[in-house]
Design a protein around this ligand. Structure first.
Ligand code: PLP
Length: 380
């Protein structure tokens, strides 16, 4: 039996999404076709868009369907940079947190090669970006501030609406962008669009299949489309939009949001139970970030007496799926740029493991994974 505790990488398709598949799969029409099947498909697409907009407090016309978060981040960041250049804007600075996913980090690095100045904001030892330091870095040239809501490797969680509102108060012309991939369906975000100008997510992190995602963009900001074509998604993402994907995304979000408080309690219990069981079994383990500063869905811990990579491999042999954190490469001596930004020393970094939960995980799975770790680190 597989014990899957790597839900920050991707989640299994949730029972709610499996149920939604049956309805959506019938709507195979092209939503741009004028015949009845096209109209039905268009109707499903637009109902899904409206439902999703209601979850974030925005107008449905400002939600754009894409293949996922990486594509969304590129459309927003590259598209806005291109629009600024086209209008000969003097804004050419991009501020990002040092713990952004490569979808943002590498897109900004790419923009850094074409005339933009990319500055990294500091984070504290919990991975939190202090508001004062962001405000102190803003200049009349600041074009974009990009700070993720919840980090995928450590679970570090920002007060993103407060941060965005503070930046926008100083300069409403800044595009404030937030990656909400690890936050959507897990935290209340129903007023997000009133402070954050652009955000994006991927369906496969919340129980939908891979290859579907979306972004929101405040209509005060115009972007240049990356892809030219039939002008779907209000001109921002040409290519036939999938009503089925939109429907599954809407159902996945609806299910997670409807059960949010129950799920939060459940995964918090699993998160605590995992550490408590290890401690009870005499395994040396520490959290990298205190639980109060993280999403309970992501637990980054370190085993000072062993190597994370060794643990990961041994757990994998025993069908327990966890991760070392996305930033660690297969090179055993690679450092994690995320943990480095938090000031984690090499020893603790080397022993780090990421365990990430879904609402479908059980207490038995978590206790059994902790027992498996005990057997690996202190064999009888
Ligand atoms: N942002 C975060 C925080 C993520 O965890 C991920 C996926 O790991 C992404 C962005 C990119 O998502 P996708 O690969 O679905 O485009």
């Amino acid at each position: 039996m597989i014990t899957y505790l790597d839900n920050a990488a991707t989640t299994p398709i949730s029972p709610a999404v499996k149920r939604a598949l049956a309805e959506g799969i019938e709507e195979y029409g092209n939503p741009s076709s004028l015949h009845s099947m096209g109209v039905r498909a268009h109707d499903l697409l637009e109902r899904s868009r409206t439902k999703i907009a209601s979850f974030f407090g925005c107008n449905e016309q400002h939600i754009y369907f894409t293949s996922g978060a990486t594509e969304s981040a590129n459309i927003i960041l590259q598209g806005y940079a291109a629009a600024l250049k086209r209008s000969n804007s003097s804004r050419n600075e991009i501020l990002i947190s040092p713990i952004e996913h490569p979808a943002v980090e590498n897109t900004c690095a790419f923009l850094g090669k074409s005339g933009f100045v990319v500055k990294k904001l500091p984070v504290d030892s919990s991975g939190i970006v202090p508001i004062e330091t962001v405000l102190a870095e803003l200049t009349p040239q600041t074009a974009i501030v990009a700070v993720m809501h919840t980090n995928n490797e450590t679970g570090s969680r920002q007060e993103i609406e407060t941060l965005a509102a503070a930046c926008k108060k100083l300069d409403p012309g800044i595009l404030f962008v937030s990656d909400i991939v690890q936050a959507a369906g897990k935290f209340p975000l129903d007023t997000l669009a009133s402070s954050v100008d652009a955000f994006f997510l991927s369906g496969h992190k919340l129980g939908a299949p891979k290859g579907m995602g979306l972004f929101y963009l405040n209509p005060s900001f115009r972007i240049q489309p990356l892809i030219q074509g039939g002008g779907q998604e209000f001109g921002y993402r040409s290519g036939t939009t999938s009503p089925l994907n939109a429907h599954l995304l809407a159902c996945a979000l609806e299910d997670r949001i409807a059960n949010m408080s129950r799920n939060t309690k459940h995964v918090t219990r699993l998160n605590e139970e995992f550490i408590d069981t290890l401690v009870k079994e005499g395994v040396a383990v520490e959290r990298i970030v205190p639980l109060e500063h993280t999403s309970p869905y992501v637990l980054c811990c370190t085993f000072p007496a062993t190597r994370g990579e060794y643990l990961l491999k041994e757990l994998s042999k025993r069908d327990v799926c966890v991760s070392q954190g996305s930033a660690c490469s297969s090179n055993s001596h690679a450092k994690s740029r995320i943990l480095e930004a938090l000031g984690v020393d090499y020893k603790r970094m080397d022993g780090a493991l990421r365990v990430s939960f879904s609402p479908e995980n059980t207490s038995e799975e978590v206790v059994s994974a902790a027992h498996t770790i005990r057997d690996i680190v202190s064999p009888k």
